[in-house]
Design a protein around this ligand. Structure first.
Ligand SMILES: [Fe+2]
Length: 377
């Protein structure tokens, strides 16, 4: 098949800035319409009014918010945790765990990422023991046998790369040690605690999830009984505090610069604390955008979420692609001048290349008024 080239357009009409996201015509609101997230061709359109000034928004495309903290009772198995959003390439669940998992888990459906929203404890797996705490991403390669033993009640945002892998983004001009040094990835150790875990007697069940269904395999011993391993594949831990986000004092960078993990059909980005832009003409809030190729999901972990109102830790917002979104009216007042020098928000963004469906369980913890939150100010 022939390769595709974008149409060779370079246009401009009316009042406009030359540089995107900076020096916009006075009294205007900039909207980006773009291809392939923020990587393809794009147009920057200067509107007289915020493109989120709707008075009515009816139908399935509306932006949605879910209070995941209210979603589930504690479940001993990750596979019992309620689904939140899903498509053929991605599955998002929210899981609360109060006590040590009685069984081992194994995801045969794809690589698994656990984002620890609350809690602390240990991960025991084929490779050893890894302590975890709030703000950790735990990467679990497909097929790993694992078990969490919480020291504190734990809640987890679970992200599954269905039938495929999770990897890291190409860091391009920044070089290999930017955003986080690969040395910050921590892998399990075969220490005394792991050996003590191995020595536990009794029957052990492994709950294997494949094609969404769970099979149970029982052994008369603990199958996490390895005495050693070597290779270039292992579970890994990375904390949001290990991230060193990039910013520009003169340009509002697109959210894609905060990409932490990449799969085939979605990316996981982390918004970590960072200073606001200081150049007088530079935008200090996210620009309005369509992002027509991606469904956008944000899970709010901690801090003050500077671009959205009425959002608390443990909530998740879902903006299906197809409409323009951007800052809430209160945040928009700080479009060019911010009262604070920096944002302290920590959030996990999942951008999915294919449309996502909302699972029934999530609908019970939906805030139906979220679509109204762009009104007034
Ligand atoms: Fe967005």
């Amino acid at each position: 098949m022939a390769t595709r080239n974008w149409l060779p357009i370079r246009g401009a009409q009316g009042r406009h800035s030359r540089q995107a996201h900076a020096d916009m015509p006075e009294g205007t609101y900039e909207r980006e319409i773009s291809k392939e997230g923020f990587f393809g061709p794009a147009a920057f359109i200067h509107h007289k009014r915020p493109p989120t000034g709707w008075t009515k928004f009816e139908g399935p495309l509306r932006p949605r918010a879910f209070d995941l903290a209210r979603l589930n009772a504690a479940e001993p198995s990750p596979w019992a945790a309620g689904k939140v959003l899903y498509n053929p390439a991605l599955e998002v669940r929210f899981w609360k765990l109060a006590q040590a998992m009685p069984a081992l888990a194994r995801n045969a459906d794809g690589d698994q990422l656990l984002f620890i929203h609350e809690g602390a404890g240990d991960l025991f797996c084929d490779y050893g023991r890894l302590a975890y705490g709030a703000g950790d991403y735990l990467y679990l390669p497909r097929g790993t046998m694992w078990r969490l033993t919480p020291a504190q009640p734990t809640s987890v945002l679970m992200i599954q790369a269905t039938n495929t892998h999770l990897g890291l983004p190409d860091k391009g001009l920044l070089g290999g040690h930017a955003l986080f040094d690969p040395a910050m990835l921590e892998t399990p150790v075969m220490d005394e605690a792991f050996q003590a875990h191995q020595a536990q007697a009794g029957d052990f069940t492994v709950e294997i999830k494949k094609r969404g269904e769970v099979s149970r395999v029982t052994y008369p011993y603990n199958p996490l009984d390895a005495v050693g391993w070597h290779g270039d594949l292992a579970p890994a831990r990375l904390n949001v505090k290990d991230l060193r986000p990039v910013m520009s004092h003169r340009y509002h960078l697109p959210p894609s610069v905060h990409t932490t993990f990449v799969s085939d059909r979605f990316v996981v980005c982390t918004f970590a604390p960072r200073p606001f832009e200081t150049d007088p003409g530079a935008l200090k809030v996210p620009f309005f955008h369509n992002n027509d190729d991606y469904d956008e999901v944000i899970f709010y972990h901690a801090g003050d979420f500077f671009s959205r109102d009425d959002i608390k830790p443990g909530m998740l917002t879902f903006h299906p692609s197809g409409f323009t979104h951007g800052p809430h009216p209160k945040a928009l007042k700080n479009m060019l001048v911010q009262a604070k020098p920096a944002t302290d928000e920590i959030a996990v963004m999942i951008d999915a290349r294919d449309p996502l469906d909302v699972a029934d369980a999530a609908k019970h913890v939906e805030n139906p008024r979220y679509v109204e939150s762009w009104k007034g100010g």
